[in-house]
Design a protein around this ligand. Sequence first.
Ligand SMILES: [Zn+2]
Length: 65
Amino acid sequence: MPIYEYECRVCKEKFEVLRYVNTTDDDNVRCPRCQADKPIKVVSLFSSGSSNKTTRAGCGSTGST
Ligand SMILES: [Zn+2]
């Protein structure tokens, strides 16, 4: 189940919302602290693979686990 992270644009509260389907109902999401609507959706950076930790020395064709 995907968990979407939001940040309230009023009080900067960060909270997570568990959603079954990625619908466009973001307007229904409200800040649990101040009840402000339309929070900013924060994109999670889970395993994006854009880190510079992997060196370019190895063969880049096959990803090492
Ligand atoms: Zn808030």
